[in-house]
Design a protein around this ligand. Structure first.
Ligand code: ASP
Length: 330
């Protein structure tokens, strides 16, 4: 029996960034170059590499991911045991989250990158790519949806977050923790997330820009009316604490919520938005009563992407509410 087939899609980022005549490093290496730099891969899987994009990860949009998801499904249907996506770490928590909704297959989809570019001592790209291919080629992560593998840890796309600008141990899944790890080249999955929610974006779907608004001390919300004026289709409010905004914003948010879905998330980075604790104007009880939608444990960035996908798939506000309430599976 031959080795399992793994499709690698490179999208740029630090893992592929070398000096190219300009001031710093830039994402220029091809997928083929990344793979051929790690001879150990040849003993793990039969890899075909595609240079899907060569960009800093802030250039990637939902449209790119819809296209990528279709290519990944095509490769899996064609016999690949799994797929690996290499890209910039800046947006891995977002791209993996989107792929988790869009790719509807049991085979593992593994997103990886690097914190130290190939020109630096201790570059982590080769080890991360090898580990990602080991996870994609094996059975341990089957049925888990999209995972992120870096620094020998396996994280669920739904929880993973970048927590440091330069440390190779930047990825965390607080408060859940990683699903598993890779030890002596063996991927081990010890936890499996509950529930899975898939979404299909119809061909020719409208662009549905969703704004993300981070609430801060003393903010009077004067930018909020611009959100409708600028043509946004939805809004995510990353509010203080358990879901609180200065009282001066409450009426404007209620008005916006009568015109577009407005999702209430927390800026704290951990825990769920509250539903029934505080009653002051601008509190979670007040805002949910004014029609804002509960984001649960999703941070603003992930909530924004879930709302974007829902709007692109044609969901009504009721369906948006229902999905935010149930996507965790319990
Ligand atoms: N610093 C980034 C990275 O880790 C650059 C990017 O996200 O493209 O790859």
């Amino acid at each position: 029996m031959g080795l399992p087939r793994v499709a690698v899609f490179s999208m740029g980022g630090t893992i592929s960034s070398v000096a190219s005549g300009g001031k710093g490093v830039e994402p220029t290496l091809t997928g083929e170059a990344l793979v051929s730099d790690v001879p150990e891969i040849a003993g793990v899987a039969e890899v075909s590499a595609v240079s899907f994009r060569r960009a800093a990860s802030g250039e990637i949009g939902v449209g790119d991911l819809v296209e990528l998801a279709a290519e990944i499904e095509g490769r899996i249907d064609g016999g690949a045991a799994g797929a690996v996506v290499t890209q910039g770490t800046d947006t891995i928590e977002e791209t993996s989250f989107v792929l988790d909704f869009l790719v509807d297959r049991e085979a593992p989809v593994v997103v990886t990158g690097a914190m130290r570019n190939p020109t630096l001592p201790g570059a982590d790209g080769p080890a991360n790519l090898l580990a990602a291919i080991q996870v994609a080629a094996g059975d341990a992560a089957r049925g888990l949806g999209t995972v992120v593998v870096l620094n020998d840890e396996i994280h669920a796309a739904r929880f993973v977050r970048k927590t440091h600008t330069s440390n190779p141990a930047t990825f965390s899944s607080y408060p859940a923790g990683p699903l598993g790890w890779i030890s002596e080249n063996i991927p081990r999955v010890v936890l499996r997330p509950t529930g899975r929610h898939k979404m299909a974006i119809p061909e020719g779907a409208q662009d549905t820009p969703v704004a993300l608004y981070h609430v801060a001390l003393g903010d009077d919300g004067r930018l909020l009316p611009e959100i409708e004026a600028k043509g946004y289709a939805g809004l995510v409010v990353e509010a203080m604490g358990g879901g609180h905004v200065p009282s001066v914003m409450a009426e404007t948010l209620e008005d916006l919520a009568s015109k577009m879905p407005v999702v209430l998330a927390s800026r704290t980075g951990g825990g769920e938005v509250l539903r029934s604790t505080y009653g002051f104007v601008g509190s979670e009880i007040d805002l949910l009563g004014r029609g804002l939608i509960y984001a649960g444990p999703l941070d603003g960035r992930k909530a924004r992407l879930l709302l974007t996908l829902l709007l692109q798939s044609g969901a009504t506000t009721e369906m948006v509410k229902e999905t935010f309430d149930t996507w965790l599976g319990n």
